[in-house]
Design a protein around this ligand. Structure first.
Ligand SMILES: C[S@@+](CC[C@H](N)C(=O)[O-])C[C@H]1O[C@@H](n2cnc3c(N)ncnc32)[C@H](O)[C@@H]1O
Length: 266
């Protein structure tokens, strides 16, 4: 295995047990993020068939997809993350619908066109060769079917670096589309046009490219607490996010970029 992927695997093995409890953001941003994600997954799921959840981690998306009656293959490089997923799947009685596979997206052991839907949430950022990984995701997808994927957003990472005074790091980030995160793991970060090009060069038609989220994470802590405490305000904020997240001028402001794309029929 590539050295960079060994490091990613070790990193997620160490995180696995506490992964679900340690939210990367405040609760409001997390809630809006998850809502935007599910709205990019659910309408594109096939009525029947086999789904690949690549880099599926502890089963955050594999579980609700399986609960809709679909069969899911959850592939992940980390045995630790798979073990947590296995327990959650067992607790929900979904063993018959979700199979767990330890593997690396860069070279998957599945035939061409094997899956009716491919999901890759929060994993492309960790891939040593994002082009190769993306091509693999497209290879295993059936013609005419949907791929849904996300990646770190270049602008958001640049802004975070500026905010913590790491101005010297930004030119390299912009040049390489890659940065070393606070845990010493290399991550990819793309601009919306990079993600679109990656998809189109891999033979996909882009149906949706949104920032996820584009507003919520920039609000003050007190404002977020107040919105979270009021379901009506939370609902309004979600509606605002939904109306802004696809605007071309704002997509890059998202902390993540979310893609929905379709593979051509031939
Ligand atoms: C940030 S977590 C996201 C997990 C899940 N998709 C979610 O949305 O909660 C990234 C996951 O990708 C896995 N991963 C990273 N690089 C991978 C690779 N090249 N192949 C397979 N899995 C990988 C990690 O082990 C980890 O479980």
């Amino acid at each position: 295995m590539d050295k960079r992927m060994e490091r990613v695997k070790g990193y997620f093995d160490r995180l696995a047990e506490g992964y679900d409890a340690n939210l990367p953001w405040d609760e409001l941003t997390e809630r809006i993020y998850d809502e935007l994600t599910w709205r990019c997954i659910e309408p594109y799921l096939p009525p029947t068939g086999l789904v690949l959840d690549a880099g599926g981690g502890t089963g955050k998306w594999a579980i609700p997809i399986a609960e809709r009656g679909l069969k899911v293959v959850l592939l992940d490089i980390s045995a630790g993350m798979l073990e947590v997923a296995r327990r959650k799947i067992q607790e929900r009685g979904l063993e018959g619908r979700v199979s767990l596979v330890q593997g690396d997206i860069h070279g998957m052991d599945f035939p061409d066109g094997h899956f009716d839907f491919v999901l890759a949430e929060g994993v492309l950022e960790y891939c040593a060769d994002i082009r190769e990984a993306f091509r693999e995701l497209v290879r295993v997808l059936k013609p005419g079917c949907f791929l849904v994927a996300s990646v770190d957003s270049l602008y958001y990472v640049a802004r975070a670096m500026a905010d913590s005074g790491e101005l010297d790091e930004i030119p390299e980030l912009l040049q390489e589309r890659r940065y070393l995160d606070e845990d010493g793991v290399y991550c990819n970060a793309l601009a919306p046009e990079d993600f679109r090009t990656l998809a189109e060069e891999s033979g996909l038609e882009v149906l949706k490219l949104i920032g996820k989220p584009v507003l919520c994470q920039y609000l003050g802590e007190e404002t977020k607490r107040c919105i979270l405490g009021d379901p009506e305000k939370t609902g309004k904020l979600l509606e605002i996010e939904l109306s802004l997240c696809g605007r071309p001028s704002l997509v890059g402001a998202g902390s993540h970029l979310q893609l929905v794309a379709r593979k051509g029929d031939h």
